[in-house]
Design a protein around this ligand. Structure first.
Ligand code: PHE
Length: 448
């Protein structure tokens, strides 16, 4: 297949559209089910400060690097490297790893998406089942055991995601994010106001922001680096792809700064909301699916106005999952359509591929005999392969390519007119970010 030269490339309607779409990708389940937990476990205040440092010194440089590569090449995550080097480039392997990662992440994300839909529906029509531990336990089992029902929800999630991408970059992705992200911010503000009225609010703030030096360890530092990188969706080529639809005169640095601020504020607010609910009911903190599908439902049933809060919360989670999965689909779609496939054909073949792969993920968590490969469920294998292997390696390569390969014109001069900002960003991009990511990659590969 030849690179298609004649299809005009989509362009975001405006910078706000790009900002909302990139923020939609960045704000995901990681902000809600991971950040509060790791913050709590690592001593609150110091961890939050260190995390903010990682956002500025690791996540921001990688995000800027990716957007720049996309904006300059106006090409997909794989071909962008060849366009910028003006010849076939082996750096495109980094982009290929990113594309593979999006396919793996999408396959297990669809399973989580089905759980979210199921709990959203139950919070509206079956809220009384949240009242007892047995009820919630049963709901979770039912969701995984009622095979055809949960696979049906999974298909709905996949079709909704592909439906948005099929509508196009501006009419689908941009429009969805311009609607859902402000909606998400409203829900967060509402939940924050509500939690400020609960008894556990001040304890939650104290817990999250108090400086408990003893709990802050070297392991916690690496966790902060890894999470800062994951939370901005770096390393899969989403920002390269979204950046390729950005007008060439758009100023990348302030836009990227705004996106990471939105992502960080959502993470901090989620932390305050979730810890307030947990402390108000004197429950134990947990993370991941256990937090969202077991701990919180039980707590919603205890607090005043719990059903409304539960519906709002699951709506919030639905929004974050949809806006992230839409961005994941766009990466391989852009790659295939730049290769000459029509967008329709690219979407149809990906739809088949994701439906099949996500069916295996589904079987691996639902069937009585879980489907395993190399001692892991397919779900966990896809999760670990993408987050522990592909993401760090391709993110590392993206930032190296940007920092060391792009010379004339120098991206640093173009991006940072102020000399002191340029000096700081040179250090973070050329030294801090690559070494921090390399450390995390080694730790993830060897010690977990
Ligand atoms: N950024 C998302 C989150 O915080 C996760 C994600 C990573 C989504 C990579 C897409 C690609 O949850």
């Amino acid at each position: 297949m030849k690179e298609s030269m004649n299809t005009p490339r989509a362009v975001w309607n405006n910078q706000f559209g790009f900002m909302m779409s990139a923020a939609g990708s960045a704000v995901g389940l990681g902000n809600i089910w991971k950040f509060p937990y790791i913050t709590g476990m690592n001593g609150g205040g110091f961890f939050v400060l260190f995390y903010l440092l990682c956002i500025v010194c690791v996540a921001l440089p990688v995000m800027i690097a990716e957007i720049y590569i996309g904006q300059k090449s106006r090409s997909n995550a794989v071909n962008a490297f060849c366009v910028l080097e003006k010849r076939p480039s082996s750096w495109k392997i980094a982009g290929m790893m990113g594309v593979l990662a999006t396919i793996l992440i999408l396959s297990f994300y669809a399973v989580v998406g089905s759980w979210i839909f199921y709990f959203l529906q139950q919070s509206i029509f079956g809220f009384e089942r949240f009242a007892t531990r047995e009820g919630v336990q049963h709901l979770f089992l039912e969701m995984t055991e009622l095979a055809w029902v949960s696979f049906g929800y999974q298909l709905v999630f996949i079709l909704a995601t592909f439906g948005v991408v099929a509508a196009g970059v501006t009419a689908g992705i941009e429009r969805l994010n311009k609607t859902l992200i402000p909606g998400l911010v409203c829900i967060i503000v509402l939940l924050l106001l509500y939690s400020s009225q609960l008894s556990g609010f001040s304890q939650a703030c104290k817990f999250l922001f108090a400086f408990n030096m003893e709990a802050f360890t070297a392991g916690g530092m690496l966790e902060a680096v890894g999470h800062s990188f994951f939370t901005v969706s770096a390393g899969v080529g989403i920002m390269i792809t979204y950046g390729s639809y950005l007008r060439s005169d758009a100023k990348i640095a302030p836009i990227a700064g705004t996106i990471v601020i939105v992502d960080t504020l959502v993470a901090l607010a989620s932390g305050v909301i979730i810890f307030t609910i947990v402390f108000s009911e004197q429950a134990a903190m947990s993370e991941g699916p256990v937090l969202i599908f077991k701990t919180l439902p039980l707590l919603f049933a205890q607090i005043p106005g719990g059903q409304f809060i539960a519906v709002m919360f699951f709506l919030l989670v639905t929004f974050t999952a949809l806006t992230s999965s839409v961005s994941l689909v766009e990466v391989p779609v852009a790659y295939l359509s730049d290769k000459g496939m029509s967008r329709k054909a690219a979407l149809s073949s990906l739809l088949c591929c994701i439906t099949c792969l996500s069916f295996f993920c589904f079987l691996s968590v639902s069937a009585a005999e879980p489907l395993t490969l190399f001692g892991l469920t397919v779900f966990d294998l896809f999760d670990q392969l993408s987050s522990k292997v592909l993401l760090p390696i391709s993110g590392f390569l993206f930032v190296l390519f940007f920092g060391y390969k792009l010379k004339s014109p120098s991206p640093f001069v173009e991006l940072y007119p102020a000399v002191w900002v340029r000096a700081i960003m040179k250090v973070t991009t050329l030294v801090v970010a690559p070494s921090a990511i390399a450390l995390v990659a080694v730790k993830l590969l060897l010690f977990s």
